[in-house]
Design a protein around this ligand. Structure first.
Ligand SMILES: O=P(O)(O)OC[C@H]1O[C@H](O)[C@H](O)[C@@H](O)[C@@H]1O
Length: 448
């Protein structure tokens, strides 16, 4: 039995009994494309076996580097964007205290973990430098291509700061580079400077890389257990191999979101009831959006954080245009619970909740919302996770990764490329005056 549970029971008004079964032939074909490498993008499927095939020597080096960072740094600055950022951010948030970065140092036993290079905001960098102050820090710069503009700029800035603070030799001991094994400017620089380096495997694309050094070093540095994380993913790797739709819940999710998409539910909201899970959706949005949004089709991935957004987006979800479907990630057993206190009087009218705890209220909110949104015409699927341990997160990551690989093939696209991302980059380089882009620069400037 799978460690996490996919609940499709509330889809009844939207999907007829026979429809899932009718998808079996297509799912079997998609499974063959994915597993046998006959589909488009087959060079980027190594994440499929990564939870078991990962480089054990490098894994030990990651743990040692994490320990060193914990021993000599009050802050770890993780520099990266897209797949070189979102997985680590998602996992650090998911696995740690809600206020991890705000805790006093003795209650954290790990450095604060901040992310940079995920925008070109000067204010953000300025304020982060200000926050670090004169405290000890290290940098983990992450880029598969080694040439992405945003992290390159941030790395220059924080490297400069390290060199000024610790000298060339001291800075070198505090820079960890995670990049391609051979290509890219970051690799060239890491070799030349002698930074400790970790490799993003060739066959693992950015948005599928959280279980490589890309995610593992920041996650381990935050104090979370990466052995358990990998074990959860490895068990999920075993759990989701059967192409039989009655047996494989990740494949059910893939098939059902495509059934719904073809009926006009073109936006999927990933939802949670736990603020620490906000970045799970951000990671999932890149995984799904970059994998599936191409050839002028694909489900638009969006998200909502409940119950917060029930008081803002809730109106639209309940009664707006009927193009939404929702997938809730629900934690069955929260890490902690807080009782609703007993009050002498009942001026706030909450007497009926006395003796109950917040977990119970959250659960009832979830149940009430599922029924209300279903009644309002929003198909609802739920992924129930038992807890928020590293094991469960590893399992959940693999659930979504394999589901989206299958889902992409079901919709007839290459789930493993992202050609559309280049258009803005080319324009930006031309407008910035990068050598080689002069002609386009002139054309674009004339249009502005
Ligand atoms: O890791 P990097 O090569 O720096 O890439 C970071 C990100 O930026 C790109 O533009 C891609 O669209 C993403 O798939 C990638 O994750």
């Amino acid at each position: 039995m799978a460690h996490i549970a996919f609940d499709l029971s509330k889809l009844e008004p939207f999907v007829h009994d026979n429809e899932l079964g009718e998808m079996q032939a297509m799912v079997t074909a998609a499974d063959a494309e994915l597993r046998q490498g006959t589909g488009a993008g087959s060079d980027f499927r190594d994440w499929l076996t990564l939870p078991k095939d990962y480089d054990k020597e490098e894994f030990a080096r990651i743990k040692a580097a994490a320990k060193k960072i914990q021993s000599d740094s009050a802050v770890l600055v993780v520099i990266g964007i897209g797949g070189s950022y979102l997985g680590a951010k998602m996992a650090v948030d998911f696995l740690n205290d809600t206020f991890f970065n705000y805790l006093p140092a003795d209650k954290r036993n790990a450095p604060q973990v901040f992310f940079a290079g995920n925008s070109v905001s000067a204010d953000y960098v300025h304020d982060l430098i200000n926050l670090i102050g004169d405290r000890d820090f290290s940098v983990n710069v992450i880029s598969k291509s080694g040439t992405t503009t945003e992290p390159s700029i941030a790395f220059r800035i924080f490297k400069d700061m390290l060199v000024k603070k610790y000298g060339e030799a001291g800075a070198k001991e505090r820079i960890y580079a995670t990049t391609d094994k051979a290509r890219g400017a970051l690799k060239t620089e890491a070799n030349a400077a002698g930074y400790e380096s970790f490799i993003i495997p060739d066959g693992v694309g950015g948005r599928y890389s959280v279980l490589s050094a890309v995610g593992l070093l920041p996650i381990a540095a935050s104090g979370a257990n990466i052995d358990e994380l990998m074990q959860g993913a490895a068990d999920a790797q075993d759990a989701y191999t059967n192409p039989d739709l009655t047996k494989n819940e990740a494949y059910q999710y893939a098939a059902l979101r495509n059934i719904l998409y073809r009926k006009g539910y073109t936006t999927e909201l990933l939802e949670n009831y736990e603020p620490r899970l906000q970045y799970l959706a951000e990671w999932w949005k890149q995984l799904t959006g970059e994998s599936e949004g191409k050839d002028q089709k694909g489900i638009y991935p969006s998200s909502a954080n409940f119950s917060t957004d029930l008081h803002s987006l809730g109106q639209y979800i309940q009664e707006g245009q009927r193009t939404l479907m929702e997938t809730v990630v629900m934690i069955d057993k929260p890490r902690t619970d807080v009782d609703v206190p007993t009050a002498k009087d009942d001026l706030d009218g909450l007497g009926y909740l006395q003796g109950k705890n917040m977990g119970f209220v959250n659960q009832k909110a979830f149940e009430g919302v599922v029924l209300a949104h279903t009644d309002g015409g929003v198909p609802n699927m739920s992924v129930h996770i038992p807890d928020t341990t590293p094991y469960t997160l590893g399992y959940l990551i693999y659930f979504f990764e394999v589901a989206i690989g299958i889902s992409g093939y079901l919709n007839g696209i290459n789930p493993f490329n992202q050609p559309g991302v280049e258009a803005y980059k080319t324009n930006m380089f031309a407008l910035l005056g990068k050598p080689g882009f002069e002609k386009l620069g002139k054309e674009l400037n004339a249009r502005l």
